[in-house]
Design a protein around this ligand. Structure first.
Ligand SMILES: [Zn+2]
Length: 243
């Protein structure tokens, strides 16, 4: 009888061990499943966010999260002090206009026109700063030649689509629908671009239009008048040579 009891207990213990092992295994499996779910939900979230915020590309968000190092040029931009002719009025971090994500590199300076005749640099800067705005620019050059900085030089602006990650953007005000810059504005655009080029080691061939990235007619007058665009770049070259 006692032998039988012993056998039964042994069988019972073996079953209990097996059951415990099963429970432990199941727990590990659940943990693994939870991790997989969190990772894939985060990934989906990032993709959905990118879809509804086309100004920020998905790759930008991913590299913004995981980071992929910054270039020598961005390191330089981190240490730059802006000249006193630039009015620094950084917009607050919000939405997609200023995400705070660092630039990956600085390969080009992109010229834009605001597309809204007679608006001032201040008007445009204040527009970027609104909570529901998803566009921004590093600088806005106004009708009297005033220059406002809206986004730090080492951060990404939201102006140049897939090139937000490695470009500095300059939005330019204009008096009328043609999009042609007036004299003071033109002078400031050339001065600012040359200053940036000299500091970050870029030359006039690195100055591009929004048009050169996406084909958008921006800056309008300098897309429709190729000669004028070349003149602007030559003007920057002359100023660069003076440094
Ligand atoms: Zn543009």
């Amino acid at each position: 009888m006692s032998g039988n009891n012993y056998d039964e207990r042994a069988v019972f213990n073996a079953r209990r061990k097996k059951r415990r092992r099963k429970i432990v295994l199941r727990r590990w499996f659940m943990c693994f499943l939870a991790v997989v779910m969190v990772v894939s939900l985060t990934y989906c979230g990032v993709m959905v966010y990118g879809f509804f915020n086309p100004e920020i590309y998905k790759s930008d968000i991913i590299s913004g999260i995981y980071g992929d190092g910054i270039s020598k040029k961005v390191e330089k931009a981190l240490e730059l002090t802006l000249p006193d002719w630039v009015d620094v009025q950084l917009i607050s971090k919000h939405n997609t206009a200023r995400t705070g994500m660092k630039l990956k590199d600085i390969k080009n300076i992109v010229i834009h026109y605001v597309g809204n005749p007679k608006t001032t640099a201040q008007n445009n800067r204040d527009y970027f700063n609104k909570l529901d705005t998803s566009v921004s620019s590093h600088f806005v050059v106004g009708l009297e030649g005033e220059i406002i900085q809206c986004v730090p030089l080492y951060e990404r602006s939201a102006a140049s689509n897939e090139r937000n990650k490695d470009t500095i953007s300059i939005e330019v005000c204009h008096p009328d629908e043609t999009g042609k810059f007036n004299e003071s504005t033109y002078e400031s655009v050339a001065k600012l671009t040359a200053w940036l080029g000299n500091e970050i080691s870029l030359d006039e061939t690195d100055i591009i239009r929004h048009y050169d990235i996406t084909g958008k007619i921006c800056p309008k007058y300098y897309v429709e008048n190729e000669d004028e665009w070349e003149n602007l770049k030559n003007n920057v070259k002359e100023k660069l040579d003076e440094y």
